[in-house]
Design a protein around this ligand. Structure first.
Ligand SMILES: NC(=O)c1ccc[n+]([C@@H]2O[C@H](COP(=O)([O-])OP(=O)(O)OC[C@H]3O[C@@H](n4cnc5c(N)ncnc54)[C@H](O)[C@@H]3O)[C@@H](O)[C@H]2O)c1
Length: 248
């Protein structure tokens, strides 16, 4: 590994498993100090001790939890350089007329409002810090190339991309960069089954990916690590599909 994140302090939300665990692992390998923020305590602690990361219990839909996370990072490391807003959720793929209020509210709370909290709480701290920063939002190909059955999940990810781009422009003066990553469906992370609706749909879906497979935590982690490194110092407001050509 090149140590290209050496000296940086990163927060990874939803880092207990799935993509978040892959991102935390890669950031550690590249030399960063990593705080895993997840609302599942046991799995979060386990992953953190396995990867030699810190763990802070945090429900990303709670402003108080974000404030506690900031306090924890400040007391432990005295700074925050990178925030990977990875925690996300969906409802099971289904006809849009069957979506319930709870499905809609959960998608927008975890996928969108949490990013609002992350920036509303952490950006003023980074501005005061005065050394810039990097936010990466894990959006989805669903946000740029939506498919039926996940209307409000898709819309929540489109909102993530739009907000990311808006903040990229607004906070460029502080050298706080905002970029998003759009994974195509992964096989075997926590949400896969909900996206696909039925296991039989896996083959049909993968047939639509030119490179012929789903994404992996490693694919997503590699791009997040690049975006937080100095190699990407002139990139802000970009949205990178990590999708094997699916969105072409
Ligand atoms: N897996 C895919 O196929 C896929 C495709 C495109 C985009 N994404 C996006 O990637 C991200 C990660 O997905 P994944 O498949 O790794 O999911 P996952 O379910 O495997 O992991 C998500 C993690 O987020 C945590 N989390 C959920 N709600 C939380 C909350 N309110 N507060 C704190 N932590 C919370 C969970 O405990 C879990 O550890 C999500 O934003 C998802 O929308 C996933």
């Amino acid at each position: 590994m090149s140590g290209k994140l050496s000296g940086k302090v990163a927060i990874v939300t939803g880092g207990a498993g799935g993509f978040g665990k892959g991102i935390a692992e890669k950031f550690k390998q590249e030399g960063a100090e990593v705080i895993i923020a997840d609302f599942v305590e046991e799995a979060g602690q386990k992953t953190a001790s396995e990867l030699k990361c810190e763990f802070q219990k945090c429900n990303v839909t709670s402003r108080q939890d974000w404030e506690a996370l900031l306090k924890f990072a400040d007391e432990k490391f005295g700074k925050i350089d990178c925030v990977i807003n990875n925690a996300g959720t969906t409802y099971r793929n289904k006809p849009t007329n069957d979506v319930m209020d709870e499905d809609f509210d959960k998608c927008f709370a975890v996928n969108v409002k949490a990013i609002y909290y992350s920036t509303n709480v952490l950006v003023p701290y980074m501005q005061k810090q005065g050394t810039g920063g990097s936010f990466v939002s894990i959006a989805s190909t669903a946000g740029i190339r939506p498919r039926p059955g996940l209307t409000w999940y898709n819309a929540s990810k489109a909102a993530v991309i739009n907000a990311t781009n808006t903040m990229a422009v607004e906070f460029a003066k502080d050298n706080i960069r905002f970029n998003s990553v759009c994974p195509v469906v992964a096989l075997g992370t926590g949400l896969t089954d909900l996206f696909l609706g039925k296991p039989e749909n896996e083959k049909t879906f993968i047939a639509t990916v030119p490179l012929g497979r789903g994404s992996t935590p490693k694919d997503i982690a590699n791009v997040c690590s690049f975006l937080c490194s100095s190699d990407a110092e002139f990139l802000t407001g970009t949205n990178i599909p990590v999708d094997g050509g699916r969105c072409v």
